[in-house]
Design a protein around this ligand. Structure first.
Ligand code: AMP
Length: 469
């Protein structure tokens, strides 16, 4: 049974709004802007002050809300969630926000991150007689809150949060209060905005722009915010530690128009490209980025190197996860779905191919082959982040060392495996330089997957985490 419910780390997005008559609808729009953080499922829980109502489902935000009756989701307060899962846990019961009812009050939870000691905590809960509905680590917190004093208050939430270890951005809703919490190291992003009198909370600031809200501030590491009809109050459930924002939020995960901990994602990626060009430029004719997440870095690389940036690869925007995948036979015949080369641009050229990162190496290999098939004379792969050699325990989807190509091969071997004429990664210093512009605001980034320096440790945490979000 446990093997079945062990999942893989996931990247998710949370959204919350307090004090707007169209709370559920605005949550839908907010979630839609964060669709890139999770495509497996989406949901909203809304409160009208007396009761919590949920609408959720598997699939893309649009699919889930296509048949939503927003008039039945009336209420001024809502929390929402988009969920990503690569394997395991793709079931409706794991789709968030999770909603639990009790005789006294109900509780809904939306979570982005990974609870490293969820396996242990769940075991303890089960031993004491709890039966859990989901295989999600998020549910553990609901139990811990209720066991901390039955009532859902700042105190019981703080007590529960102090028992979990990991990276987490939590939105917790009961009938008349919303709570917002961020882990003591602030690994995952979470911001507060305003829309008129309403408070808005989101994993990414692009959600604020989507609904016309303005950014107010970041949620601080170890902070517990309470929003109610009395307004917003803040307390600390843990000592604030040096913030270590996840570097992969900048490298790959977040949208370019989002600001993560006061740094614009596009600008940071462009800087990564520039640093990469300074470190490992190579004689070539054109610079091509792998759409979409590498375009900013490719622009930066081209600008720094003085080489022309060319649109050598096109992405078909309409290939979703539900698209019918070609059979192996058709794939071998060259049926490609997502990316296509622009042959007239590539042919006869020495190409610098920029990708934001290499995890397993399958994407780079395919693209190098595609560029060579399109007539590229040389393909020099330049990766706008350091090599990923260590599993992530904090909610990014790369949870076992075995699957990471850089953990198991030398640079020369990687170059050979992916068929490149040369390969180079951005250095750790280059990455820090690209992101951490103002040291008075930014205390650091979490680069554990690249450097093995884990800011949060949990003895016995397994490489394969519990189904997380
Ligand atoms: P891979 O084929 O596993 O090397 O995948 C690397 C590609 O996936 C890169 O082009 C990235 O844009 C993207 N990527 C990087 N990190 C992740 C992640 N955690 N989850 C999904 N895709 C990722």
């Amino acid at each position: 049974m446990l093997a079945e419910i062990k999942g893989i780390n996931e990247e998710c997005g949370v959204f919350g709004i307090w004090g707007h008559e169209k709370a559920a609808e605005l949550t839908y729009y907010g979630l839609h802007s964060m669709q890139h953080r999770g495509q497996e499922g989406a949901g909203v829980v809304v409160s009208d002050g007396n009761q919590l109502k949920a609408h959720k489902g598997l699939g893309l935000v649009n699919d889930v809300f296509k048949n939503a009756d927003f008039s039945a989701l009336s209420g001024n307060v809502a929390v929402g969630h988009v969920r990503y899962s690569t394997q395991g846990g793709k079931v409706l019961e794991n789709v968030q926000p999770l909603l639990f009812r009790s005789q006294t009050e109900s509780i809904a939870l939306a979570h982005n991150g990974n609870i490293m000691n969820a396996y242990k905590l769940r075991g303890e809960l089960e031993e004491e007689g709890s039966i859990l509905q989901t295989s999600s680590d998020t549910e553990v917190l609901a139990h811990l809150i209720k066991r901390s004093g039955n009532k859902i208050t700042e105190e019981t939430i703080a007590k529960a949060l102090n028992q979990v270890v990991g990276a987490y951005a939590y939105l917790i809703l009961k009938e008349n209060k919303m709570f917002v919490a961020l882990d003591p190291t602030g690994i995952r992003p979470l911001s507060i905005g305003r829309l008129g009198e309403a408070y808005v909370v989101a994993s990414e600031t692009c959600a604020f722009d989507q609904i016309g809200a303005t950014f107010e501030r970041e949620v601080l590491p170890g902070e517990l915010i309470t929003i109610s009809k009395e307004g917003m109050t803040s307390t600390r459930f843990a000592m604030r530690e040096q913030r270590k924002m996840c570097a992969m939020e900048y490298v790959y995960l977040s949208r370019p128009d989002s600001d993560v901990n006061h740094v614009n994602v596009h600008a940071s990626r462009k800087n990564m490209g520039k640093e990469l060009a300074k470190e490992s430029n190579v004689s070539a004719d054109i610079v091509v980025g792998v759409p979409d997440s590498s375009i900013s870095a490719a622009i930066g690389y081209a600008e720094e190197s003085g080489l022309p940036y060319e649109m050598g690869i096109i992405k078909n925007r309409y290939v979703g996860r539900t698209f019918i995948q070609p059979s192996q036979e058709l794939r071998e015949q060259g049926v490609k779905l997502k990316l296509s080369p622009v042959r007239s641009i590539i042919e006869g050229q020495r190409v610098i191919m920029i990708d934001d990162s290499i995890v397993r190496g399958t994407t780079s290999k395919r693209i190098v082959q595609m560029l060579k098939d399109a007539g590229a004379k040389e393909v020099h792969v330049r990766i706008a982040s350091p090599s990923i050699k260590n599993p992530c325990y904090y909610g990014i989807d790369m949870s076992t060392r075995d699957e990471l190509i850089a953990a198991n091969h030398t640079l020369e071997e990687i170059s050979e495996i992916i068929g490149a004429d040369s390969i180079a990664y951005l250095s750790e210093e280059g990455l820090e330089k690209a992101i951490l512009k103002d040291k008075t605001i930014h205390q650091g980034i979490c680069t554990a997957c690249m450097t093995g320096k884990y800011p949060v440790k949990e003895e016995g945490a397994k490489e394969i985490a519990y189904t997380s979000c």
